[in-house]
Design a binder for this molecule. Structure first.
Ligand SMILES: *Cc1c(COP(=O)(O)O)cnc(C)c1O
Length: 510
């Protein structure tokens, strides 16, 4: 409160109380001051009141909230609904200025400060997570796939004749499509099987560089975070190859900020070789709604250049969400989430391993992937294991993937993939994956294992009986009524919420 307002208050309420009130307010302001001075994530998370106070302070600096503002332009951040206004803390101007997403917006000083500070916080949190030498980054209001497109379009400016993007295979559609959307031809580098693990075929990558000619290659796009049994790419070796051949290297680090394995790979690879930019999702790493990602890199100018590629202004929503989240967590809170996730990964691994063994299966040995894991689903050839996936989904288990050994060929952007989902043409067995993502709780794991245990029991019971008897004999067997009834229930996917919770989960949460 400024001194003249304070003086007027003192005429209404005794001086001592007003001074105390002012001191309290200064406590909030001190936090803001420190944030603006150091531009670093505070160690301790802020309380909601401080955060809202700051957001309101910033909002009053934007022209749409000026008292008596008279806007006569075509974009004046007029908000028809009060619900929408509140949802955005009355910040309506977005971020950036036509042609540069990191430029300040003259109509919106508050939003511009918010954008600049959030980018500093993002850089700080990326450092904390393990990429200590990151130089620059910014939040974009598009998810990972589109952010990768932006990076590749920027690379294109420097390499107008390049046609190809070399891409060690990862069966995730958006990153593959990002190459095509950016106007390049993907060159798929198949993985190699090392034990149970799928790894980068570095010699093949090197060979392709020679075959295609380095100047015809726009970049190599590698991946850190991925589903087991694929491991993160051999980033250091790829980075070295890129450096030697003078080829840009873009890293898809979609959910890698949460795993020290991935961030250390980035840090090391940038030290020994070349990484031009790495991209991570805000929702997958920071527990905010889907909608944003962070483009980061080790060369300040190149990252600035990507920012300048963005045509037009952009939504500030992902920036506001990240600003609020990082300030409420503080570095202590975020580091705790990372530590808890690591523990939950171990917990899930043990639990999944025991559950697998109980059902005659096993956990695949994937030591280089510290987020996702997989257990075998080895059944008779004739059995359709993907039913396990639907049985789990029906029981409200989301996020597991069942990959059948031979699932045929799938076409994506006119390219065909054998056994899409497996990252490999002929992985030796069917399997089920599960991931320990940031924010996962012990209850999530217990509930999952409980439901999986029941599904696997039910699945093998019904399958064994089906295998025992050819279908024409079914009606003559006394057991068939249950078998076919079970099967019918599975097929109709008609289990109600009550069924699921009362039959399958009695032991959960007790
Ligand atoms: C999530 C993800 C992407 C990008 O998906 P978006 O929906 O664009 O965020 C790309 N690659 C991998 C490996 C992912 O996990």
């Amino acid at each position: 409160m400024n001194s003249s307002v304070s003086a007027l208050c003192e005429q209404l309420v005794s001086v001592g109380y007003i001074q105390q009130g002012n001191q309290a307010r200064q406590g909030h302001e001190a936090k803001l001051k420190e944030l603006l001075q150091h531009r670093k994530l505070p160690q301790e998370g802020w309380d909601d009141l401080t955060i809202e106070l700051v957001l309101h302070e910033l909002a009053v600096m934007d022209s749409n909230n000026f008292l008596g503002n008279c806007g006569v332009g075509e974009r004046e951040a007029r908000l028809a609904s009060q619900l929408v206004a509140k949802r955005h803390y009355r910040l309506g101007h977005g971020i950036g200025r036509s042609g540069d997403i990191t430029a300040i917006q003259p109509k919106a000083a508050g939003s511009s400060v918010l954008m600049k500070i959030t980018n500093c916080l993002a850089r700080d949190v990326i450092k904390l997570s393990g990429v200590h030498s990151v130089k620059n980054c910014f939040v974009v209001p598009v998810a990972t796939g589109m952010a990768l497109v932006l990076c590749m379009l920027t690379i294109k400016q420097h390499r107008p004749q390049a046609k190809y993007v070399l891409w060690p295979r990862i069966d995730q559609k958006s990153c593959f499509k990002s190459i095509v959307t950016a106007g390049f031809q993907p060159v798929i580098i198949e993985n190699v099987l090392e034990g149970d693990e799928l790894r980068t075929d570095v010699p093949k990558l090197s060979e392709q560089i020679d075959v295609l000619g380095r100047e015809n290659i726009a970049c190599v796009m590698s991946t850190t975070s991925c589903f087991a049994p694929r491991a993160p790419d051999k980033l250091e070796e790829i980075a070295k190859l890129c450096k030697e051949n003078n080829i840009p290297h873009l890293v898809n680090n979609a959910y890698g900020i949460q795993a020290s394995k991935c961030t250390h790979l980035l840090e090391q690879a940038a030290r020994v070789g070349r990484i031009d930019a790495f991209v991570q999702s805000t929702d997958k790493n920071f527990m905010v709604p889907v909608g944003g990602s962070i483009i980061a890199g080790f060369d300040k100018n190149f990252i600035d250049e990507i920012g300048k590629m963005y045509p037009g202004r952009a939504s500030s929503t992902p920036t506001i969400d990240l600003f609020i989240t990082l300030l409420s967590l503080g570095s202590t809170g975020y580091m705790k989430l990372l530590k808890d996730r690591k523990e939950m990964f171990k917990y899930l691994k043990n639990a999944l391993s025991s559950c697998a063994e109980k059902h005659g299966q096993e956990l695949l040995t994937i030591n280089n992937n510290q987020i996702s894991m997989a257990m075998t689903l080895r059944y008779e050839e004739s059995v359709n294991v993907t039913e396990i996936g639907s049985m789990l989904f029906k029981r409200f288990v989301s996020g597991t993937r069942v990959i059948a050994k031979d699932s045929g060929t799938k076409e994506i952007c006119k390219r065909s993939f054998v056994n899409f989902g497996a990252h490999y043409n002929n992985y030796p067995c069917s399997y089920l994956t599960a991931a320990a993502g940031i924010g996962m709780t012990k209850t999530d794991v217990d509930t999952f294992i409980n439901r999986l245990d029941k599904v696997l029991a039910k699945f093998s019971n019904s399958k064994c009986e089906i295998i025992k008897q050819p279908s024409e004999d079914v009606s003559t067997n006394e057991d068939t009524s249950t078998t076919s009834k079970d099967k019918l229930t599975n097929d109709k996917l008609n289990t109600s919420i009550n069924d699921v919770l009362s039959n399958d989960d009695v032991s959960v949460n007790t």
